[in-house]
Ligand binder design. Structure first.
Ligand code: 5J7
Ligand code: CA
Length: 512
């Protein structure tokens, strides 16, 4: 009997590691701060047709509206209620978007902010995205409703009421994260409200959640909440499917709270991945690309089946959060394409691609004074739509990294090589490396300051392949480079270090 229960519980939690991605797709894109109407259109016109598996959306619930700084991105991380109206749109627009994305096989993952409500300096009144009244002074959020009983202050023993020492797990979980009013998730009532919110989204058809700030919540409390979650909607998913859970835990080492406390609950963000790969591609600290021969667990990362990996996220792309200056955001576009390309070619982890907006960077003494800026907006503060240019790029400061040819084609590459082993490694003992994925794909990088000219075994069937970095396969021709693979699987590669994109990738479906 005991054994049966254990197996059942284990099976239940493991299920929350499954992203339920459809049609052999593999990658999630974070459309940071996009409006629901734009996401719906993007699913239909781009994400579905180009093999993206899912989209992570900004928090859909009611949030504070801040005047100072003006409408920053982080206001989305200060909940006021679980009403589904945010600066990305209304509940109806959200529902329409979820349906339309599901209809083209693109899953929706919701950013769930459940550790806290607004900040203690957030005032009171109706300055919120649906106009709900709240007071941070009395800790009242009547639209949930939460009152002062639902917060943790009685359990926090620091002088300030805030987290003062990350070396003490009790205060990291029970005190305020930088003055954010900390929810008492051990309370039946709070657990019920949070689960009700998440279930309303599951019933609308979402496939799972990116859970914000998990380091600041007890794994036992999260387990309780997650067990209350419904199975996914059978309109879109097989019956009995558990919601996919990926937990934001910033663990770069050096703190008592670690990622592995959360593995049994779902996947966990591997922040070491982008921080380390950034160091490698920037060639800092004597790092070389050839050292990534054992990339993944060999670098001390969490096990493959637990990892959600990314080059940058909405926080650390601003030089704000974890990883610091080594992170490679879209501003460093040449390196960004290479690092994302490497990630998507490599079998480790479930991959997430960032899609950002530009802001007016203004760096003083290494700190960006404008790291707070919210999305492109109209003068009334409303978020601008994402216009699509004739060349398929995005306008109005929307960066749309996921539409960059090199990144879009590597998302397809990952789908084509899905399940194939890392194979045929080659390196020059410096920053030129190559590897394949079984006999389905092959990629080669030149991040040295000199040219690459080499003949390598690709492991691929003979033929002429289009390089999907310098161009596309269009009908029976390549718009970029062509690579000839001989009957022995060998091919000649020549990559100048001065090229716009000093890497080449071929796969089974880029063959002429
Ligand atoms: C939590 C961590 O465990 C951590 O390791 C980290 O680097 C950052 C945070 C963190 O998470 C948040 C989650 C939220 O949902 C909302 C939040 O406001 C935060 C948050 O503030 C936060 O920490 C900020 O960044 C750290 C590097 C600082 O040490 C913190 O003090 C805090 O910085 C504060 O940011 C500034 O002190 C304050 O002046 C400013 O107004 C405030 C702006 O808010 C944010 O920067 C939000 C960050 C955020 C980070 C996330 O990872 C995330 O998923 C969502 C939001
Ligand atoms: Ca907490």
């Amino acid at each position: 009997m005991r054994v049966v229960i254990l197996v059942t519980l284990f099976g239940l939690s493991l299920a929350q590691h499954n992203a339920h991605i459809k049609n052999g797709r593999t990658t999630i894109v974070h459309l940071f701060e996009w409006r629901w109407a734009d996401i719906a259109a993007e699913c239909e016109r781009y994400l579905g047709p180009n093999g993206f598996g899912g989209v992570q959306i900004s928090p859909p619930n009611e949030h504070i509206v801040l005047d100072s700084p003006w409408r920053p991105w982080w206001q989305r991380y200060q909940p006021i209620s679980y009403k589904l109206c945010s600066r990305s749109g209304s509940e109806d627009e959200l529902r329409d978007m979820i349906t339309r994305c599901n209809s083209v096989g693109v899953n929706v993952y919701v950013d769930a902010v459940i550790n806290h409500m607004a900040r203690a300096d957030g005032g009171e009144g109706n300055h919120s995205s649906c106009g709900s009244w709240f007071s941070v002074y009395t800790m009242e959020f009547p639209s949930v409703p939460y009152s002062s009983w639902d917060f943790n202050d009685n359990k926090c023993y620091t002088g300030s009421g805030n987290i003062e020492n990350y070396g003490d797990p009790n205060q990291v979980r029970d005190c305020r994260l930088d003055r954010l009013l900390d929810l008492a998730l051990e309370k039946e009532y709070v657990r019920g409200k949070v689960a009700e919110y998440m279930n309303s989204l599951i019933d609308m058809g979402v496939a799972g959640f990116r859970v914000d700030a998990c380091k600041h919540m007890w794994p036992g409390d999260l387990d309780n909440v997650f067990r209350r979650l419904n199975n996914l909607s059978t309109k879109w998913f097989p019956s009995g499917s558990r919601p996919f859970i990926y937990q934001e835990v910033i663990d770069l080492g050096g703190e008592p709270i670690t990622s592995k406390e959360y593995f049994h609950l779902g996947r966990v963000t591997e922040f070491k991945y982008g921080a380390k790969l950034g160091t490698v591609f920037r060639k800092w600290n004597g790092e070389k690309l050839c050292y990534t021969k054992n990339w993944g667990e060999g670098w001390g990362f969490m096990s493959d089946g637990n990892a959600l990996v990314f080059i940058d996220n909405h926080d650390n792309q601003r030089g704000h959060g974890a990883g610091g200056a080594s992170i490679i955001p879209f501003w460093d576009s040449r390196l960004h394409k290479m690092a994302v390309g490497y990630m998507l070619a490599h079998p480790y982890g479930l991959t997430r691609v960032m899609s950002s907006y530009r802001w007016d960077r203004y760096i003083v003494d290494g700190k960006d004074q404008n790291d707070w800026m919210g999305p492109p907006n109209n003068s009334d503060g409303s978020t601008k739509p994402v216009p699509i240019n004739p060349d398929h790029t995005c306008g109005d400061k929307w960066v749309c990294e996921h539409r960059w040819r090199q990144i879009k084609n590597m998302v397809i590459f990952r789908n084509v090589v899905n399940g194939q082993p890392h194979a045929n490694w080659w390196d020059n003992q410096s920053n030129q490396v190559a590897f394949g994925r079984g006999d389905r794909g092959f990629i080669i990088f030149n991040n040295d300051d000199w040219d690459l000219d080499v003949i390598l075994n690709t492991g691929m069937p003979a033929g002429t392949y289009c390089d999907v970095i310098s161009g596309d396969k269009e009908g029976d021709r390549c718009t970029g480079k062509q690579i000839q693979v001989g009957s022995d699987g060998r091919a000649h590669f020549n990559i100048s270090n001065r090229e716009e994109d000093p890497f080449v990738a071929i796969h089974a479906e880029s063959k002429l």
